[in-house]
Design a protein around this ligand. Structure first.
Ligand code: 4AD
Ligand code: MG
Length: 430
């Protein structure tokens, strides 16, 4: 390679290098151009002095507009005042393409405008920080699971049946049949857990959510671990270990990005096991004590979750919801069969549910009854019932939503900035 990345200029102090990137910003006087250049690995200031370069080079620097692509060569010098500790004494400037009227200027823009220009908005330093933290969250989760002997098993996107209720199914045609985009890989992962013991999938999920909220996307990414012989308690322990590991990894590796987002990192430092736990019953009581009237059997809305999560400084487990508000596959609590051995993990600071998990029904007859109660067509689930016919064992798993986790870790108001190209109720473009 005949050029240097900005992140590596430190090892070239005093040497001549060529950088390839884009113009982030420029200040000029009669004698000097200060070029702020970014290349994806960092930002550096290049100083072009009329006294030191040819008139052509000085004019070429002057012709650069915001987001023009450019190659610049010059000598690296240490400068304590520079953001990365170095600047470039520019000797040569080669514009690659001059950008005319780049639509996103440093002034404030409205959210709709920015979302319409999402393909360009990704070039801003705030978006770089978010996308890098997202990448670190994903790799931290995957390496934790890989290191703990969970095998990655990919689940299908096109499916013949529902996992999380029929109201949010995305329907499509599959030649002469009906098919649905996957809402969750769970049912397939249960099959894989009976084959490989501890498994996980990581991929996109699709839900035709008609609600327009700060937490819902139509297409989102989900990590779903599933483990044979794991019971409810084992499931909760895995969740708190995985979430703590992930947050602590981001703190270690992405401190600069968290600072750029002005995230209060003391809130993240507190994310250590054990996480507090309350039952659904206790959650209803707590809400009532605070004047929020809820009837036993109601599901919680976002304001309820915020009121509950605000009582703690770390993520909060709410366990044992009434079975009737949850999906068909959840194992009943043996001491109170009207409750499910399940949990939602709520992020602190009002970010809401980031995980939904449960122990699964392993008894064939009970599962058949639940399919009927939920009016799900038996034929589409015959293969799933087979798992209860041939060596059925207790097993558990959960799904962690990547975008909600990114929103919480980064401290973002809305999930739309947590994914490169969000799919929302009224947005399919760009
Ligand atoms: O609680 P959910 O619906 O659980 C399941 O899908 C289970 N089958 C998972 C399992 O046990 N394997 O979804 C899990 C998580 C939620 O806690 C949330 O973080 C995320 O997926 N999620 C969404 N994120 C963004 N937009 C949406 N529309 C989401 N729906 C769920
Ligand atoms: Mg849920």
């Amino acid at each position: 390679m005949d050029w240097t990345y900005i992140s590596e200029v430190g090892s070239h102090e005093g040497q001549d290098v060529t950088l390839k990137g884009w113009l982030y910003n420029k200040r000029s006087s009669g004698k000097l151009h200060f070029l702020l250049i970014r290349d994806g690995t960092g930002v550096i200031q290049g100083v072009v002095s009329r006294a030191d370069v040819s008139p052509e080079t000085f004019d070429a620097a002057g012709s650069l507009t915001q987001e023009s692509s450019v190659e610049v060569s010059g000598r690296v010098r240490a400068d304590a005042r520079a953001p990365g500790g170095y600047e470039l004494a520019v000797a040569e400037v080669k514009p690659v393409q001059i950008a005319h009227d780049y639509p996103i200027s440093p002034k404030e823009h409205g959210v709709d405008f920015l979302m319409d220009h999402r393909h360009l908005w990704l070039r801003s330093s705030r978006q770089h920080a978010i996308l890098r933290i997202r990448a670190t969250i994903i790799s931290a989760i995957r390496s934790y699971l890989d290191d703990h002997r969970f095998t990655l098993v990919d689940s299908p996107i096109l499916t013949p049946s529902a996992c999380e209720g029929t109201t949010t199914l995305f329907e499509t045609t599959y030649f002469d049949e009906k098919a649905y985009l996957s809402q969750s890989g769970q049912l397939y992962l249960e099959s894989a857990a009976m084959a490989l013991g501890k498994v996980y999938c990581f991929g996109p999920a699709f839900r035709a959510e008609k609600s327009k909220t700060r937490r819902h996307l139509i297409e989102f990414w989900i990590v779903e671990p599933e483990a044979a012989y794991f019971e409810h308690e084992d499931n909760l322990r895995l969740q708190e270990a995985l979430v703590s590991h992930t947050v602590q990894t981001v703190l270690r590796e992405r401190r600069r990005e968290l600072d750029l987002l002005e995230r209060d990192v003391s809130k993240l430092e507190a994310v250590q096991p054990p996480f507090p736990r309350i039952t659904y019953d206790r959650a209803i009581e707590i809400l009532r004590e605070r004047g929020i009237e809820r009837t036993w059997g109601d599901d919680f809305g976002a304001p309820d979750e915020t009121a509950l999560a605000n009582l703690y400084d770390r993520p909060l487990f709410i366990e044992k919801y009434p079975s009737k508000v949850k999906a068909f596959y959840m194992q009943p609590d043996p001491s109170r069969p009207e409750l499910a051995l399940c949990d939602d993990l709520l992020a602190p600071e009002g970010y809401g549910e980031i995980i939904g998990g449960s122990q699964r029904i392993h008894d064939l007859e009970l599962l058949e009854r639940r399919l009927d109660e939920h009016q799900l067509p038996r034929e589409a689930y015959e293969w799933y019932l087979d798992l209860r016919r041939y060596g059925s064992v207790p097993h558990s798993g959960f799904g962690l939503g990547i975008e909600r986790t990114v929103a919480w870790v980064c401290g973002l108001e809305h999930v739309r900035e947590t994914i490169p190209f969000p799919r929302m109720l009224y947005r399919l473009y760009p």
